[in-house]
Design a protein around this ligand. Structure first.
Ligand code: PML
Ligand code: MG
Length: 268
């Protein structure tokens, strides 16, 4: 990718509540069309037209750019969101998260994790053992930014996802975001389900297990969703972690493996 690179971030709200967000690393030539597409996205969001759109553009310090490999992608087919949440919980436990922490995160996401019962703008930070919430601002949460794909990796990702019938912006963007989260210091795993009412899918990600998606983690029509990052107990240097998630520029120059969907089998 040509240098310099710019971080471009969009955050949109409506009626004072979070509506949409997106982040990219862009060349100078792509900056203008990308800004236009992010504004269009905020104005044409399925949950309504944005009333406030914040667009931030910052030149990236080239010496700071790290490179990475996207997580392997797996899909477990589940009958409904009840089974999906049981499956997600089983995988989070495998990654070292206690059932109390999983239950707390799921209850918060299902009921609106911000103090006013709406979605947060960013993610919750949750102690993977006690389940305590650790993010400094429970309305804002932590927004992961300054990550993207190289042109070659984007091309390969599109081909790989297309072969599975999964080439949509939700999967592409979530895979890149999760790819950064699982490399963050002290993060054991991530849980996410979408806040878009028509999109019921979600995933669990961890460095060891990869990106494991479930087509149903919430009922259709539900607007409440979000993200929880589970932190290893005793390894919580919060300011270092938040600085990494928000500020460290990370370019994925390699993709992971793409696995065909399998039916989730409940452990007996
Ligand atoms: C979102 O776009 O709101 C989050 C999407 C999470 C699931 C993406 C996928 O289908 O893998
Ligand atoms: Mg969304």
């Amino acid at each position: 990718m040509k240098r310099p690179l710019y971080s471009i971030r969009m955050q949109a709200s409506r009626n004072g509540h979070h509506l949409s967000g997106a982040e990219h690393l862009s060349t100078k030539a792509e900056l203008e069309p990308l800004a236009a597409s992010l504004i269009k996205r905020a104005l044409e969001h399925m949950r309504g037209r944005a009333e406030t759109i914040q667009l931030s553009i910052d030149k990236v310090d080239e010496a700071q750019i790290g490179y990475g490999v996207l997580p392997d992608l797996h899909t477990y087919l589940v009958d409904d969101y009840h089974q999906g949440r049981r499956a997600a919980a089983a995988i989070l436990q495998k990654a070292g998260v206690t059932s109390a922490a999983i239950e707390g995160a799921m209850v918060a996401m299902a009921s609106g994790a911000a103090p006013d019962g709406h979605n947060m703008r960013g993610a919750m930070l949750i102690d993977a053992v006690s389940g305590y919430r650790l993010e400094p601002d429970q309305a804002r949460g932590v927004r992961v930014s300054r990550m993207d794909l190289t042109e070659q990796a984007r091309h390969e990702l599109t081909l790989g996802l297309r072969s599975l019938g999964l080439d949509n912006a939700h999967v592409r963007e979530a895979l890149v975001l999760a790819g950064k989260v699982v490399t963050a210091p002290g993060v054991l795993a991530e849980l996410c389900w979408s806040d878009d009412p028509d999109y019921t899918a979600g995933y669990v990600a961890s460095a060891q297990l990869g990106y494991i998606r479930f087509p149903h983690l919430k009922p259709k029509g539900e607007e409440r969703g979000g993200r929880a990052f589970f932190l290893a107990a005793g390894e919580q240097n919060l300011s270092e972690l938040i600085d990494y998630l928000q500020c460290k520029p990370l370019l994925f120059d390699h993709i992971g493996q793409f696995h065909r969907s399998r039916q989730w089998v409940e452990p007996s």
